[in-house]
Design a protein around this ligand. Structure first.
Ligand code: CO8
Length: 258
């Protein structure tokens, strides 16, 4: 499949999607999001791909939804097309792990897209923000909800109400990103991290992701019970036998991903 606004690389067992609209700091327009949705679906269906990295350029992961594309829309336009659910939420539907590798600006929809991924690796030059308030709107792809869960009410409220950006240090301190890496090593480090995950048993990885995500959607008691039942189910996999036997035999496991 050929794409115009993203680059897609199969680096088995990792799939790499690079947002590639440099003239607009990777502003996320409908076409780019359609392409990303297709690329994510293709990786999801590809048995040789077991983890995904989404990245942008050194200057911008993405400077938000495309303001010029949105500016003339009216209420009935956005209501009728259910702007944005159709092509913005694929990252939240993927069952394979997705790492957002963020350098430069991750603003508005760009920050929201990064937060839809399973975790964010930040380059030293990363800047996160929800500046929609300065445009006379508010975040529309989950920013008010996900940012608040990541960094807590006070910081989320300040960022959403003022549009102030957070640098990588503050983002790490606040729990928005898992770690900071040198800017010129970001993609390499994200691919290496994704590669390590992809070596592990795929059913365990997919199920672990489901369990962590469940923590956002349920009570502690229900979440713990969900985890326990799912934990039990992994004893039906060949990989559980292999993983535990390999430990006992002091060798590296060879997971079959089943
Ligand atoms: N949309 C469209 N074009 C953009 C965007 C954007 N979000 N961001 C940058 N660009 C364009 C600029 O217009 C400029 O184009 P041109 O050269 O044709 O004038 C080019 O990218 C380079 O940008 P700048 O010259 O502004 O670069 P600077 O280095 O001076 O500044 C900034 C970088 C600070 C990132 C600045 O570009 C900026 O403030 N951008 C807008 C950030 C913003 O407000 N983002 C939020 C957008 S709204 C949003 O994301 C809502 C999400 C809701 C859900 C999604 C619905 C679809």
């Amino acid at each position: 499949m050929s794409y115009e606004m993203i680059l897609v690389d199969r680096k088995e067992p990792v799939g790499l999607i690079t947002l590639n609209r440099p003239e607009a700091l990777n502003a996320l327009n409908g076409k780019l999001m359609d392409e990303m949705t297709k690329a994510l679906r293709a990786f999801e269906a590809d048995d040789e791909i077991r983890a995904i990295v989404i990245t942008g350029s050194e200057k911008a992961f993405a400077a938000g939804a495309d303001i010029k594309e949105m500016q003339s829309k009216g209420y009935m336009d956005v209501f009728k097309e259910d702007f944005i659910t159709a092509n913005w939420e694929e990252a939240t539907r993927c069952r394979k792990p997705i790492i957002a590798a963020v350098a430069g600006y991750a603003l508005g929809g760009g920050c929201e897209l990064a937060m839809m991924c399973d975790f964010i690796l930040a380059a030293e030059n990363a800047k996160f923000g929800q500046p929609e308030i300065k445009l006379g709107v508010i975040p529309g792809a989950g920013g008010t909800q996900r940012l608040t869960r990541f960094v807590g009410k006070s910081k989320a409220m300040e960022m959403v109400l003022t549009g102030r950006m957070m640098d990588a240090e503050e983002a790490e301190r606040s729990g928005l990103v898992s770690r900071i890496v040198p800017t010129d090593q970001l993609v390499e480090e994200a691919l290496a991290t994704a590669g390590k995950i992809a070596e592990l048993s795929m059913p365990s990885v997919m199920i672990a992701k489901e369990c962590v995500n469940k923590a956002y959607e349920t009570t502690l008691a229900e979440g713990v019970m969900f985890e326990r039942r799912i934990f039990h189910s992994l004893f039906a996999t060949e990989d559980q036998k292999e993983g535990m036997s390999a430990f006992a035999e002091k060798r590296t496991p060879e997971f079959k991903h089943k």
